[in-house]
Ligand binder design. Structure first.
Ligand SMILES: C[S@@+](CC[C@H](N)C(=O)[O-])C[C@H]1O[C@@H](n2cnc3c(N)ncnc32)[C@H](O)[C@@H]1O
Length: 414
């Protein structure tokens, strides 16, 4: 990981020799560790360090920004003001984009979808513009993980981000107007990805999905959420209707975890509105539920929620990073057309479709608990214990207001 030597090169250093950096540290008075940090993370120095670099290397802040590619709005305004000149300098060097488009046969065809064993860029190039209703992407996170495809998951940051921008551009191209793009990634990468997407699509939400994905390490907070970016193409989404969730109750006594006070009768019997913090998505950890060895498989519940809220039956869902095929299976079970690819072996996806009844059963279980204030099981337990339900609270409230309004009825309580 890390960046190539953009910072050192901006100072005219090769960055290859420890002695060279040591001399730079002596010359500027900036510690070696900090110089290496600027270089490794491609971070612009500020304050005294910036002044020292300007003084000793004759490099201005603007030059540093341009050479390290850390273009802020100030630099951007200058570039825009000189865009004609800059275009004339760089245009001849820019090669025409290559769109390899050799048709390949899908490795699997289902009633509603097609799976290709391909690189995502090659696959995306073959997809028609403006033809997809939802793109869901869960790319590798560049965390040096071993995938069945043996792909390199530890490349330089600028290389990872440049590759990311390439496939994102293609996802945007194939997305239909009003279509939705969801990107699942670490906050580290999604913070940069969202900057790229702003101005190309319309931002809807940064959804935090509460799943612990790493161990607590001294010197940093315990990473506890994945980021799910949600953008749409054009002004507004074709569909944004989210499932409602059951309210939380104690697993042993079934009492509410939240006190609704005098507002019980106002509770929607269909459940609580979905927020942009999702705390009810369980990770797929148990071997029994895993559809392929190793990590990185997303839960059916997550894909069900995304597909349900942003598409209608018959719409088309695309996933360029198939993995174990969660997106494809959920799309199929929900009556959506789908297409996608996976660069590595596709056997796990194909096997998964052969035993799709398991996912169907799981999905039915998940859906049976949605759009009720209390899940059917919790409601039964509460009724048995004389605890309120949406219906009992509404009936009680009606009886009370009726009594207050009917002439001769019971007057206001003391
Ligand atoms: C994080 S996993 C996706 C998991 C998937 N969402 C699931 O629930 O099973 C990322 C997948 O992308 C695949 N992949 C990596 N680079 C790719 C590329 N250039 N084109 C297509 N697939 C790629 C990897 O082999 C891996 O299976």
């Amino acid at each position: 990981m890390g960046y190539s030597n953009q910072f050192f090169e901006a100072l005219g250093l090769s960055g290859e020799f420890a002695q060279e950096i040591k001399s730079a540290a002596e010359k500027t008075g900036i510690p070696v560790a900090r110089l290496n940090h600027y270089n490794e993370s491609n971070t612009l120095p500020s304050g005294e360090d910036l002044r020292k670099i300007e003084e000793h290397y004759g490099v201005s802040e603007l030059q540093l920004k341009l050479k390290t590619g850390r273009i802020d709005r100030e630099a951007l305004a200058l570039i825009q003001a000189h865009s004609e000149d800059i275009f004339n300098i760089i245009a001849p060097a820019k090669e025409l984009a290559q769109h390899p488009n050799t048709p390949v046969e899908p490795v699997m065809t289902s009633a509603l979808g097609k799976l290709y064993q391909q690189d995502c860029l090659t696959f995306l190039h073959s997809v028609e513009s403006d033809s997809v209703d939802l793109v869901f992407a869960d790319p590798p996170f560049n965390l040096d993980k071993l995938y069945p495809s043996n792909m390199d998951d530890n490349i330089r940051e600028e290389e990872y981000l440049s590759w990311t921008e390439h496939w994102l551009k293609e996802c945007i191209r194939v997305l239909g107007h009003g279509g939705a793009l969801f990107i699942w990634n670490l906050p580290l990468w999604n913070s940069t990805i969202s900057t790229f997407l702003h101005g190309r699509l319309t931002f809807k939400h940064w959804i935090s999905v509460d799943i612990k994905y790493s161990l607590p390490i001294k010197g940093r907070l315990y990473p506890s959420h994945y980021s799910l970016l949600y953008f749409v193409k054009g002004e507004k989404p074709n569909k944004l209707i989210a499932d409602r969730l059951p309210t939380q109750t104690c697993p042993s006594c079934f009492d509410n975890l939240k006190d609704y006070g005098g507002y019980k009768h106002k509770m929607n019997p269909q459940g609580i509105s979905l927020t942009d913090v999702w705390t009810d998505i369980p990770p797929v950890r148990h071997a029994k539920y895993k559809k392929r060895a190793g990590a990185n498989e997303l839960p059916v519940k997550l894909l069900d929620r995304i597909i349900e809220m942003s598409t209608n039956p018959g719409d088309t869902v695309l996933d360029p990073f198939g993995g174990s095929g969660t997106t494809f299976v959920v799309a199929e079970l929900k009556g959506r057309r789908w297409m996608g690819c996976e660069i590595g072996p596709c056997d796990d996806i194909i096997n998964r479709f052969e035993s799709i009844e398991e996912d169907k059963h799981n999905l039915e279980g998940i859906r049976s608990n949605l759009n009720h204030l209390y899940t059917p099981l919790v409601k039964k337990e509460r009724e048995a214990r004389g605890l309120w339900t949406a219906e009992s609270a509404a009936t009680k409230h009606k009886a009370k207001t009726d009594a207050l309004q009917i002439p001769g009825g019971v007057g206001p309580l003391q």
